[in-house]
Design a protein around this ligand. Sequence first.
Ligand SMILES: Cc1cc2nc3c(=O)[nH]c(=O)nc-3n(C[C@H](O)[C@H](O)[C@H](O)COP(=O)(O)O)c2cc1C
Length: 255
Amino acid sequence: MKKILYMVGVLLMVMGTMLSITHTEVQAASPQLSAKQVLMRKGQTFTLKLKNAKKVKWSSSKKAVATVKKGKITAKKPGMTTITAKSGKKKYKCTITVTSGKKKALIIYFSATGHTRSIAGKLAKVTGADSIRLVPKKAYTSADLNYNNDCRANREQNNNAKPAIATVIKNIKQYDTVYLGYPIWHGKEPGVIRTFLSMTKLKGKKVIPFCTSGGSGISGSMTHIRKLAAGATIKNERDLTGASDEEIKEWITNN
Ligand SMILES: Cc1cc2nc3c(=O)[nH]c(=O)nc-3n(C[C@H](O)[C@H](O)[C@H](O)COP(=O)(O)O)c2cc1C
């Protein structure tokens, strides 16, 4: 009897191990593109990686703007193109913005629900500056932003978190002015902005912050912006919620 029980025990252990291996395989990390937004100058190269994937087929929606070979992107002429990495039936996309390399001003913005994006678009039109969107590695869902005490945005703001970002700016050196745009979250800048400032050297550049908000204004974000953009000249910050082209024009003439 003892022997039978022992054998059953061993059998269960083997089955358990097999099940846990299968489980691990099912749980294998899903493929992830190393960047989702890239800003690069004509002539530059940048290599994208699709992590946790084996056979990857790469393509560019506008080969005249940038080509891609085994993930290596070569910027050909100013414009935008989408790089697609196909693994099995799934597709992963990255937007590439190629610039002329001649502009001195860059608009860098984060926008979760589109307001700051719309202002950044007007600002690009009025200034003629290059523009790039900061995107988090893990996109914000509506539940992440729902104002509940334990929602992701709230937790990140309480902890001054720096969530990983999936935007790469290859040519930051060429710019002497950076317009930095963001929504106000719980009185201050969102975590994506803290991450960006912590990993980017803006020393010697002019940084002009702008925001959109539900009424709090930009002042609550300025302590962190000043601290994190060390060595930059920070000036003329403005809440541009609902601003017209004319108001933006007036603002930039004072910058
Ligand atoms: C998580 C979260 C927190 C917010 N906190 C504030 C706040 O403290 N003060 C304020 O005036 N507006 C706040 N808002 C409103 C946004 O600042 C405003 O809607 C902004 O225009 C959104 O910009 P976007 O559409 O570019 O993301 C908050 C919005 C969200 C989603």
